[in-house]
Design a protein around this ligand. Structure first.
Ligand code: SF4
Ligand code: SF4
Length: 505
């Protein structure tokens, strides 16, 4: 056993902050902590030590918020947020617009029925939340996700999307189970016309089984119809979001990637989410369910016959030198994807006709980061000419020229959301973010979080502290009793599936 470092974590029983140790054993990385009351806890942190070390080298600091909303009082994670100690600004903002849902997934404890109250901010409260987010300095978040519950159960969702657009959010996504999208193409068009950029579609696999286990029903027909309707409504950048649970759908990683490639005209990204384990679950069951980022990378390689190798993946903060570089050229502030390197990884597949290859066949990512980093240092020391020369020589050495002129040049020269979007449309992003649970919680990670919930009390709260600690207290401040006449009933999944199947005959 080799100690890697000290950090802080939570006791999964009483949620107190505890000193914790991250260590290597048998080629894997674990986290361990001891609660004076509830004893020792250890859990798998990253399933491959070599990948852990490789990812750590890509750590990059981002810009703190100039205008935190809370004070440093009780210490992390009780001061969320955003408190003055937090190390990243908001990149993706999330607003839960309801806790009502038209499903009752066995893996979810958040819907109104299970919570025992209704949480549904009013339209004016949501406007206030958005204005608060837009006030972030030095940079406002460009991307907003409406989440829940199931956001499509709110009839005013299109109005909320339009409001977000009017307030300056460029990229607006809807986190959905896809039922309403599967019901009608007109509904999808309403979302598109209101200004929605994409749908973050829960998609657990390409066979009925994972849906039956995780969601309680076979939802596959509904997911496929939702995709078709979204495409017909003009969406071309849907994100498929599989929650990966050990023994449930870990054998479907390759099939999900192939499904995304086959549906490239509507799917732009697969964002695998290794399950975050909530509730009291014994160690043996946790070990069966637990999937970590390197496990996913290995499964992707094995199940795509090596199309995507483990070395093709890079941690999220890999993007920081590139956005800095575009910022220098355009003399503007850009967001920094400065999350912790062990929070998420991604790679791109470049698709030209029937040819599908990882982006590493087109450029040397490590070499390019180094030369872009050198160029940034020269810009920052005031030597623009030397910075430009260094960037040009770095690109010549590390990028195939045809790739550069086709995909990267517009991003560097225009630096616009549209040029980034064009780049995205020639590629399929395969990404992963492993949200934390109390068993593997690492305060170092959450202090760099760039995915932030915003709430009606004026707070902006990192995603993983919200889910592990703050959700119930925040929602209860605004909770209303559940009116059975208003609460959304369980959807008749079987009837919609039958209707779709009959239409398809
Ligand atoms: S997670 Fe961030 S915002 Fe919350 S208390 Fe810790 S440093 Fe502050
Ligand atoms: S949401 Fe959780 S996993 Fe993602 S960046 Fe924030 S702390 Fe990391």
């Amino acid at each position: 056993m080799n100690k890697i470092k000290d950090t802080e974590s939570l006791c999964p029983e009483c949620m107190k902050v505890l000193p914790a140790e991250i260590y290597e054993e048998g080629g894997k990385v674990y986290i361990r902590k001891t609660c004076p009351e509830h004893g020792e806890w250890s859990d798998l942190y990253w399933g491959d030590y070599k990948q852990y070390i490789r990812a750590a080298a890509f750590a990059a600091d981002g810009k703190k918020l100039d205008n935190p909303r809370t004070k440093t009082e009780k210490g992390c994670p009780y001061d969320c947020g955003i408190c003055p100690e937090h190390k990243s600004h908001t990149v993706l903002a999330i607003i839960d617009i309801t806790n009502r849902c038209n499903l009752r997934c066995p893996i979810c404890f958040a819907h109104a029925g299970a919570a025992g109250y209704l949480y549904e901010p009013t339209k004016e409260e949501i406007r206030g939340i958005m204005e608060n987010l837009r006030a972030n300095r030095p940079i406002s978040p460009p991307a907003l996700q409406f989440s829940g519950g199931e956001p499509t159960v709110r009839e005013d969702l299109p109005e909320l999307i339009k409001m977000a657009k009017d307030l300056g959010f460029h990229h607006i996504e809807i986190n959905s189970n896809g039922i309403r999208m599967a019901e009608s193409v007109e509904y999808c068009k309403t979302l598109k016309d209101a200004g929605a950029s994409t749908v973050y579609l829960q998609f657990d696999g390409v066979t009925p089984e994972p849906y039956k286990v995780a969601r309680g029903f076979d939802l596959l027909t509904i997911k496929k119809r939702a995709l078709r309707n979204l495409k017909n409504a003009g969406f071309h950048s849907v994100v498929l979001v599989p929650v990966l649970v050990g023994g449930v759908n870990t054998d479907q990683v390759g099939d999900i990637i192939r499904f995304a490639i086959e549906n490239r005209d509507v799917v732009r990204c697969v964002n695998f989410q290794p399950v975050a384990i909530t509730g009291r679950i014994n160690k043996k069951e946790r070990e069966q369910m637990r999937v970590t980022i390197p496990d996913l990378m290995r499964l992707a390689s094995e199940q795509t016959d090596g199309l995507i190798k483990e070395s093709d993946w890079f941690p999220i903060p890999t993007a920081v030198p590139f956005t800095r570089f575009v910022g220098h050229i355009k003399e503007r502030e850009y967001i920094d994807f400065s999350t912790h390197p062990h929070c998420g990884m991604a790679t791109y597949l470049v698709m030209e006709g029937n040819k599908v290859e990882p982006i590493t066949h087109y450029l040397n990512v490590e070499g390019l980061i180094k030369s872009v980093g050198d160029s940034n240092e020269k810009y920052e020391s005031g030597s623009k000419a030397r910075a430009t020369a260094s960037a040009v020589s770095g690109v010549m050495k590390n990028v195939k020229l045809s790739t550069f002129s086709k995909y990267l040049l517009p991003v560097f020269t225009e630096g616009s959301y549209e040029s980034l979007s064009k780049l995205h449309h020639s590629m399929l992003m395969i990404g992963t973010m492993h949200f934390m649970d109390p068993y593997n919680f690492d305060l170092e990670r959450v202090q760099r979080c760039a995915v932030h919930y915003a709430t009606p009390d004026g707070k902006i709260v990192p995603f993983c502290t919200m889910n592990a600690l703050h959700r119930a207290a925040t929602e209860k401040k605004f909770a209303k009793p559940i009116d059975p006449k208003v609460n959304t009933p369980l959807y008749d999944v079987a009837a919609l599936t039958k209707k779709i199947e009959e239409e398809s005959v």
